[in-house]
Design a protein around this ligand. Structure first.
Ligand SMILES: [Zn+2]
Length: 210
């Protein structure tokens, strides 16, 4: 069965890899952020509840996220397989998910803090049109200026080194118990998330083969 979840710190490339693998396996790619936005847009009771927290700039509580995911997994989706990206994030979420739809594979994306810092601190964004650049891998044609509209590029506040470090450490603290939980069940595979997209995709594929 292809009931899969990806774990990894923000910036590790989970979203890109999830899109690739979900297409290959023909299963829905369920990103928590999208699920929440969809529930809110649909004005479902759960969505309306989640919206209160999102409006206030707060994290949506574990129980509510689990309910929204369960709602989406209801029916055929849970049976034919799925790829969760950004969920579960805590042990409590993992335990709840186990009751609804036990996972077959969990892939933990591993990336050194220094590499992540390098990756994110090289990132620049155009405040006008939103185009994202990377000073090393996708640089603008004119230094510091957007290719499309010439606007001066900025780094996002949450890509600054302090913010990246804080997020990285919070991720590990929060996720460690979850990693151990899946390790005990024998379904956790760690993969090296450093490398180009195709190389990492091959590692991910190898990790989810029965
Ligand atoms: Zn621009």
């Amino acid at each position: 069965m292809n009931r899969i979840a990806f774990l990894g710190p923000p910036g590790a490339g989970k979203g890109t890899q999830a899109a690739i693998l979900a297409t290959e396996l023909g299963v829905p790619h369920l990103a928590t952020g999208d699920l929440l936005r969809t529930a809110v847009a649909a004005r479902s009771p759960l969505g309306l509840e989640a919206e209160k927290f999102m409006r206030a700039g707060e994290l949506v509580p574990d129980g509510l996220v689990v309910d929204i995911v369960a709602d989406r997994l209801g029916g055929d989706h849970g049976r034919s397989g799925f790829l969760l990206d950004g969920f579960p994030r805590t042990l409590a979420q993992g335990v709840s998910l186990d009751r609804i739809a036990p996972l077959d594979h969990v892939v933990a994306f591993e990336i050194p803090e220094g590499t992540l810092l390098e990756r994110l601190t090289e990132r620049r964004q155009c405040p006008k049109c939103g185009t994202v650049y990377n000073l090393k891998t996708v640089p603008p044609r004119v230094s510091g200026r957007c290719d499309r509209d010439g606007t001066e590029l900025v780094s996002r506040n949450d890509d600054r080194p302090d913010a990246v470090r804080t997020r990285f450490r919070a991720y590990h603290e929060q996720t460690q118990p979850l990693v151990e939980f899946y390790q005990k069940r024998g379904i956790l595979r760690r993969i090296d998330a450093v490398g180009d997209t195709a190389t990492v995709a091959a590692r991910v594929r190898a990790a989810v083969v029965d």
